[in-house]
Design a protein around this ligand. Structure first.
Ligand SMILES: Cc1ncc(C[n+]2csc(CCOP(=O)(O)OP(=O)(O)O)c2C)c(N)n1
Length: 287
C-alpha cells in the first residue's frame, strides 16, 4: 500500500486548460482533499472521468480509474463501487457531461444512494467543443449553437438530486480552494451518494460569470442553516438572487445501496470470487 502524498498524484503531463481556467484551482483543492483525508491509500481510490475540459483532469492526476464515454462516468463508478466496497470512488465531469448527456445516470445514482462522490465542474458551457450552451447556461445566452440567445432556463440539478434521494449535496466555488477542499473531503467521507457542484469560471467561453461575478454573486451558508432540513434546502435553491455555498443538504438516515442489496451487503463481488481465476479459456474464445 502506498499512502497518498502530493508527489504520488503528479503525472508527467502539464494541464492543457486555458490560462485562468477554474479547473486549475479545482485540481489543487482535490489534491489537498485526497492528501488531507489521511486514511486513503492510492490503491483505495478510483476516479472515473467524463469527457470535456473537466474530464481531461484524467491526464493531470495519477490514480486508478478510467476516462469514460461522454455522460457515462457515473454508470462506471457505480459498477466499481458495487464490485469493491473498499474503494473510494470519485467522478469528475462537466455540467454538459453530468447534467446533460449523463443526467439520467445521475438521477439513478441519487435514487439508489450509491456510495460515490460526483464533482461537477460547472462552467455553464460545453467548453471543450468551444462554448456551446450547456444545461446550466443562463436563458438568453448567445453562443455558436444559439446565435439569437438560448430559450431554455437552466436545469435545477441540485434540487432534482435532493428530491430524488441524494444523501449529500453541496455547492462550491473554484476560487475558494480551501472551502472546496473541505467539501470534497466531507463528500468522500459521507457513505452514500454525494454531489458537489463546483461553480467554475471559463475565461474563454463564459465572459459573463467570471471571478468577479462569483465574488459578488455567492455567499456562504451560515451557522443557522440546517442542512438536514430537506424543504429548507429546496426553498433556498429556489432563491436565485445569489448562489449559496456550502453543504445544502445532508441525510444521515439512509443507508447506501451496497449496504442494502442482499447479494452484496455481506461481501463485495471481489471477495466472492477466488483470488486466482484462470481466464485462459475465456480469452481463447474471444481471439
Ligand atoms: C457521445 C458524444 N457526444 C458529443 C461529444 C462531443 N463533446 C466532447 S466534449 C463535449 C462537451 C463537454 O462539456 P462539459 O461536460 O460541460 O465539459 P467542459 O468541456 O465544459 O469541461 C462534447 C459535446 C462526444 N465526445 N461524445
Amino acid at each position: 500500500m502506498t499512502a497518498i502524498t502530493a508527489d504520488k498524484l503528479i503525472t508527467s503531463i502539464q494541464p492543457t486548460w486555458c490560462p485562468g481556467c477554474g479547473a486549475f484551482s479545482t485540481l489543487t483543492a482535490l489534491k489537498q482533499a485526497l492528501i488531507g483525508l489521511g486514511l486513503l491509500r492510492m490503491e483505495e481510490l478510483t476516479i472515473i472521468f467524463g469527457i470535456g475540459c473537466s474530464g481531461n483532469t484524467a491526464d493531470f492526476i495519477k490514480c486508478c480509474g478510467l476516462h469514460a464515454l461522454h455522460g457515462r462516468s457515473i454508470a462506471n463508478a457505480i459498477g466499481v463501487k458495487l464490485a469493491n466496497h473498499q474503494q473510494k470512488v470519485l467522478v469528475i465531469g462537466g455540467d454538459g457531461d453530468l447534467y446533460g448527456e449523463g443526467f439520467n445516470h445521475l438521477v439513478a445514482a441519487c435514487r439508489g444512494n450509491h456510495d460515490i462522490t460526483v464533482l461537477v465542474l460547472n462552467n455553464h458551457r460545453y467548453s471543450l467543443t468551444t462554448g456551446q450552451v450547456s444545461p446550466t447556461s443562463n436563458q438568453g445566452t448567445i453562443g455558436k449553437s444559439t446565435p439569437t440567445g438560448s430559450i431554455e432556463i437552466p436545469i435545477g440539478a441540485l434540487g432534482t438530486a435532493i428530491v430524488n434521494g441524494a444523501g449529500f449535496v453541496a455547492r462550491a466555488f473554484a476560487g475558494k480552494t480551501e472551502q472546496l477542499s473541505e467539501l470534497i473531503k466531507k463528500g468522500m467521507l459521507y457513505e452514500g451518494f454525494s454531489l458537489i457542484d463546483i461553480q467554475q469560471p471559463c475565461q474563454s467561453f463564459n465572459k459573463e460569470q467570471d471571478y468577479s461575478w462569483y465574488q459578488e454573486n455567492t455567499f456562504d451558508l451560515g451557522e443557522d442553516y440546517d442542512p438536514t432540513n430537506q424543504s429548507q434546502a429546496l426553498i433556498s435553491l429556489l432563491d436565485q438572487t445569489k448562489l449559496s455555498l456550502g453543504v445544502l443538504y445532508r441525510n444521515d438516515q439512509r443507508p447506501a445501496y451496497h449496504r442494502q442489496l442482499p447479494q452484496l451487503n455481506k461481501q463485495a463481488l471481489v471477495e466472492q470470487f477466488p483470488k486466482e481465476i484462470d481466464l485462459s479459456q475465456a480469452i481463447k474464445e474471444f481471439i
